[in-house]
Design a protein around this ligand. Structure first.
Ligand code: DO4
Ligand code: MG
Length: 289
């Protein structure tokens, strides 16, 4: 079962539903932001009580976040991410220090309206030479700091911008098309997240040019440590999505090209497929209702 946002031809308003084997059961909430205002046991009960009312072929799935829900991300939570950043950066020690530090690296990634979903393009900056996808498990957290579900996230990143100076991190991480999420939230009561395989495949002109795998077992910190820091000094009244960092980073000579297809899949959570484009003009659709 997954929880999705959808729109149908008969009703322009986005709705929230549970989907199971292609059948949707709409939930009695105004948006995902309202669902994330509930405790996990209420969300589970709402999902169990929902009545089937349409099928997948009748709807378009939307990004799984709305309202004031923000996407945040953690960094350098896998050894591979630490090593890759030490290699690319002129200032190595910041990554070595943060991997071992008590306080994790957390950064703002995207407001809900900038998120792209499965099938939509992801972007590379027009001023960046070295760009990579970052396949990550993302946590969906309600306003009470409970992990209510899981998503697949691609934390698109410019390695050349970040590598030049870590203070450029916001520009390396936040730009048009940089945040992709899978459409369906896998409920937390159905999944044990402690050892899920994460896979990245990059396809160019029909051929796989790069692939890699890791497991959530490799993450250095408990997931609840990351959510605790996210809520430590900030309120998230519409809940939040927290991406947990990448354990897969291609070698430094790997460059994404326009037209590449990126596929990220996480066992039991979902799959995310996005073609690569360059520049902000491709993302005007995000700001038109
Ligand atoms: O330190 C920069 C960002 C790290 C990151 O996004 C990751 O490790 O996934
Ligand atoms: Mg990342």
């Amino acid at each position: 079962m997954h929880i999705v946002r959808y729109r149908s031809d008969s009703d322009p308003r986005p709705r929230i539903a549970v989907i199971d084997e292609g059948v949707l059961s709409t939930l009695p909430v105004a948006g995902m932001f309202e669902l994330l205002n509930h405790r996990i046991e209420d969300i589970e009960r709402m999902c169990a009580d929902a009545v089937p009312d349409r099928v997948l072929g009748e709807v378009r799935l939307l990004a799984p976040v709305d309202g004031a829900t923000e996407v945040w991300a953690a960094g350098v939570t896998y050894l591979r991410s630490r090593d890759a950043r030490v290699e690319e950066s002129d200032l190595k020690s910041v990554y070595e220090l943060v991997y071992d530090a008590e306080r994790p690296e957390l950064f703002f990634k995207s407001p809900a309206w900038r998120v792209v979903v499965d099938g939509e393009p992801v972007g590379i900056r027009s001023d960046s030479e070295l760009n990579v996808p970052e396949p990550e498990l993302a946590l969906v957290v309600n306003r009470f700091e409970e992990i209510v579900g899981y998503l697949v996230c691609n934390d698109m990143s410019s390695r050349s911008v970040e590598g030049e100076n870590p203070l450029y991190l916001p520009q390396a991480k936040m730009y048009a098309g940089a945040c992709a999420l899978s459409s369906g939230i896998r409920p937390a009561w159905e999944v044990d997240p402690s050892d899920l395989a994460i896979r990245l495949t990059v396809t160019r002109e029909g051929a796989v040019i790069w692939d890699g795998t890791t497991s959530t077992r490799q993450i250095r910190r408990p997931l609840t440590e990351l959510t605790a820091y996210l809520f430590h000094s900030e309120n998230h009244p519409h809940g939040a999505v927290l991406s947990t960092g990448t354990g897969i980073v291609p070698e430094l000579d790997f460059l994404l090209h326009v037209g590449d297809l990126i596929t990220v899949s996480i066992d039991e959570v979902g799959e995310l497929r996005n073609p690569v484009v360059a520049g902000k003009d491709h993302f005007r659709f995000l700001s038109t209702p």
